[in-house]
Design a binder for this molecule. Structure first.
Ligand SMILES: Nc1nc2c(ncn2[C@@H]2O[C@H](COP(=O)(O)OP(=O)(O)OP(=O)(O)O)[C@@H](O)[C@H]2O)c(=O)[nH]1
Ligand SMILES: [Mg+2]
Length: 207
């Protein structure tokens, strides 16, 4: 798959499907500052599409980006675990994310981003457990791979896989700075989108 066109559609504090097109959605979740918005810009090859910042807590709403004139949307979620936020703010963002994840009927997959340098936190494990429990398909993407040597990266990916009780092949390393890993992620997104298209069955049923 190639992303040839992207545009920002809207931001929402509360998910409202009537405000956007009825197309599949791929959401990007992860701890604050893990590199979600940078990764969206890299995937889309569109700098400045999603707002990024070296200060955690930049994305505070659900942000919807349209890809390839409505083929699907990418949803940039607020980060979780932003240490400096008040408890009330943290609770508000957690609710915003949880409500979105369970109420979007068009959500096809969540990419859970973790920093390749760190062992996943309790919140990362909770996110995976939450997706699992709610039967939302997901896969794990390890960001900032440029920060580690090849050998260290492999060791770190093994730790991350182990923490999530997954295989190493289930974790896709990426670097938005070095522009690595987008092809692997886009191939996974493509296969998820085509699998859900087929299971829809409306077009293939005999008339
Ligand atoms: N070395 C390196 N740094 C990165 C990479 N991607 C993002 N960063 C840096 O990580 C910081 C956070 O990036 P964002 O993309 O804003 O992170 P976010 O997950 O959207 O953060 P919130 O919106 O606050 O949840 C910024 O300082 C980026 O420059 C990468 O591939 N490599
Ligand atoms: Mg962000």
């Amino acid at each position: 798959m190639k992303i040839s066109q992207t545009k920002f559609v809207t931001s929402m504090a509360r998910f409202d499907p009537t405000a956007i097109k009825d197309v599949p959605r791929i959401a990007i979740a992860g701890r604050s500052n893990v590199g979600k918005s940078s990764f969206i810009n890299y995937l889309a090859n569109h700098n400045g599409l999603a707002k990024t910042s070296s200060t955690p807590g930049k994305t505070r709403l659900l942000n919807f980006f349209e890809v390839n004139s409505g083929e699907f949307y990418i949803v940039d979620l607020p980060g979780y675990g932003f240490a400096k936020a008040s408890d009330a703010e943290k609770a508000k963002w957690a609710r915003m994310i949880d409500d979105y994840l369970v109420s979007d009927q068009n959500l096809r997959c969540v990419l859970v981003l973790v920093d390749c340098r760190h062992e996943p936190t309790a919140l990362d494990r909770q996110m995976i457990a939450y997706l699992h429990h709610n039967i939302v398909p997901y896969f794990v993407v390890a960001t900032k791979a440029d920060k580690l040597s090849k050998a260290k990266l492999e060791r770190s990916l093994a730790v991350i896989a182990n923490t999530f009780a997954m295989g190493r092949a289930d974790i896709t390393p990426v670097s938005s700075f070095a522009k690595k890993g987008a092809d692997a992620v886009l191939a996974r997104i493509e296969s998820i989108l085509s699998a859900t298209e087929q299971s829809d069955g409306r077009e293939s049923s005999p008339q």
